[in-house]
Structure formats: structure tokens, C-alpha cells
Design a binder for this molecule. Structure first.
Ligand SMILES: [Zn+2]
Length: 306
């Protein structure tokens, strides 16, 4: 008798790529839908760990490519980036334009509300799936950037980390006039959460390599098909375990890298509250689900709890 083989759960859960990015969230209302008052009642007097996704940054002008109103999009995979030089050139050309948009993006009321809740001792820390650093910019002190940060670049060969701003200077020198050549259409360029931007004329773009060893440079961002570093995952689990409640804000929990915290909390009997527009993969595990925007909800939580 043969036993069907399957990947170990620990391996599967560590890889965001195992979840097709284009899988739509289930339709229909959640069975655990509550009201803002319900959320306030559940959070009152409790220490709250927060998990945020793209939905909290949409009010800052960074589109949520998994949101209910967003067009389907195929994100780059780690394998594409590492394995295909032409793809990398195209990627860096687009990123060279797109990252400037993220660079000048400002935190919104939702980010600021989380700072106030942290100051009030309600929020113990924020785990974010975003790479835009808007929690840090707003003033949150305890932030775990689960998927990395857009302002850093790492050499895949020697591990040297440089700032994205420094790389921008080098790319400008290697590609004089490139940004200016697409500047007129910048307002129309689709800006994605990973600082990618859709432009066509990239075949002549010259990417930069590591100044120390000549290796391939990659944004210090966790892409599909890539694992979140173990130490970072452990810190995030510890943050959740140390709190009384897990509050998910603005994430459809499409990828396992975020969903696993909801699963762990639910398994441990810890209340889970989800605030998101549209259904999420964690709805069945939530104690309460509020189908609402992040900025207005978090602002209301400050009024009620801080
Ligand atoms: Zn290097």
C-alpha cells in the first residue's frame, strides 16, 4: 500500500508562494461579523498585538493589489528574480521609478492611531506585511517588518546591505536621463506595494551589481517563493503570544506568512479580531470580524480605548 507523499506542513507554511497570489478571497459575508462596539468590548483592558497588511496603507495612496477593488496581478517570484537576468533588468528599471513614490508616501490616520494605542499601553507591537515603513514613519516603536523594507538592498552573494537611496544614486549614474524620460508619465504609472511600477521601455536599462563582490543585488524584501527569515518569524510569534488578543488590520491573509499567526492564536485559544474590507482567509478563525476601513476603525478605537 502506497502512502501519498506531501510536503511537511512546516515547509508549506513557511512559503508564501504555496498560495497562488491570484486566488480570490471567498465571497459572501463572514459568519462572525460584529460591530465596532463589539470590537471595543473585546479589546478593552487587554494587551493587543497587531498584524497589518496592505489595507492600512491604501489611505496613503499605495494600492492594495489583493483588495476587493484591485485588478488581479501576478507578483514577481524569487525564482524569476534570481534566475532571469532580463527579468532583473526589467524589475530594477520599474523599481527605480516606483520606489520614489513609496519614498514620499506619508502615514495616514490608521498608522497614527496605532501609535496612540501603543502610547496608551493598549497595543504591544505591530507585525506588518507591508514594506513601506509607514508604521515607523508614524512613530510606532515596536514594529516587525515581516516582509522586509523597501529602503534596503541586499547582495545575494556576500550579504552586504546598502540603502535604497545609495542604490538610486548608482542607478542614476548608470542610466542618465532614464527617470526623466518616464517622468511625464509618472502620474499614470501603476504603483504596486513592492515599489514596482509599470513601464515599458526598460530593455536598455543598466542594473547595478554589488560594489564589494559584483554579486546580484535584490531589494531586502521577501518575495513570493522566499521564506521570511526564521528569527523574524520567531520574534513575531513571541509578540503575539505575549499579548492577550491578536488584531488583524487591513489584510486578506492571502499568504501563509500572515495567516499562520491567526492560526496559532486560534489554536492557543487567544481571541482574534479581524478588521478588513472584504472576506479574509482567517474569517473562520476570528472571534470577531469587522468589515470596515482601517483608518476610521482605528481612529474610533483610540477614542474608545486610549
Ligand atoms: Zn556582494
Amino acid at each position: 500500500m502506497s502512502v501519498p507523499s506531501s510536503a511537511p506542513p512546516s515547509t508549506a507554511s513557511a512559503k508564501p508562494s504555496r498560495t497562488p497570489a491570484t486566488t480570490p478571497a471567498p465571497a459572501g459575508p463572514s459568519t462572525s461579523t460584529g460591530t465596532l462596539d463589539d470590537v471595543v468590548d473585546l479589546l478593552r483592558g487587554r494587551r493587543v498585538a497587531v498584524l497589518t497588511g496592505a489595507g492600512i496603507s491604501t489611505d496613503s495612496g499605495i494600492p492594495d493589489y489583493r483588495g476587493p477593488d484591485s485588478p488581479p496581478r501576478n507578483p514577481m517570484t524569487y525564482q524569476q528574480f534570481v534566475g532571469d537576468e532580463a527579468f532583473r533588468r526589467h524589475y530594477w528599471a520599474r523599481n527605480h521609478v516606483g520606489w520614489r513614490h513609496v519614498h514620499r508616501t506619508l502615514p495616514n490616520a490608521g498608522h497614527r492611531a496605532l501609535v496612540q494605542l501603543e502610547d496608551a499601553g493598549v497595543v504591544t507591537g505591530v507585525i506588518t506585511q507591508n514594506v513601506d515603513l509607514l508604521h515607523e514613519d508614524a512613530g510606532s516603536r515596536n514594529v516587525i517588518d515581516l516582509h522586509g523594507r523597501y529602503d534596503r538592498v541586499i547582495c545575494l552573494q556576500c550579504g552586504r546591505v546598502i540603502s535604497r537611496a545609495h542604490l538610486a544614486d548608482r542607478l542614476d549614474a548608470l542610466n542618465p536621463g532614464f527617470v526623466e524620460s518616464v517622468a511625464g508619465s509618472v502620474a499614470d504609472i501603476e504603483i504596486a506595494p513592492d515599489a514596482d511600477a509599470v513601464i515599458e521601455q526598460t530593455s536598455h536599462f543598466v542594473p547595478a551589481s554589488c560594489e564589494a563582490c559584483g554579486g546580484v543585488l535584490k531589494p531586502e524584501i521577501v518575495y513570493f517563493g522566499e521564506n521570511v527569515p526564521r528569527e523574524r518569524v520567531d520574534r513575531a510569534f513571541a509578540l503575539v503570544a505575549d499579548a492577550d488578543v491578536l488584531l488583524v488590520v487591513g489584510s486578506s491573509l492571502t499568504v501563509m506568512s500572515g495567516l499562520r499567526f491567526v492560526r496559532r492564536a486560534a489554536k492557543d485559544g487567544q481571541p482574534v479580531v479581524i478588521v478588513n474590507r472584504g472576506a479574509t482567509r482567517g474569517d473562520d478563525l476570528a472571534t470577531l470580524k469587522l468589515d470596515a476601513g482601517t483608518s476610521e476603525t482605528l481612529t474610533a478605537l483610540v477614542d474608545a480605548l486610549a
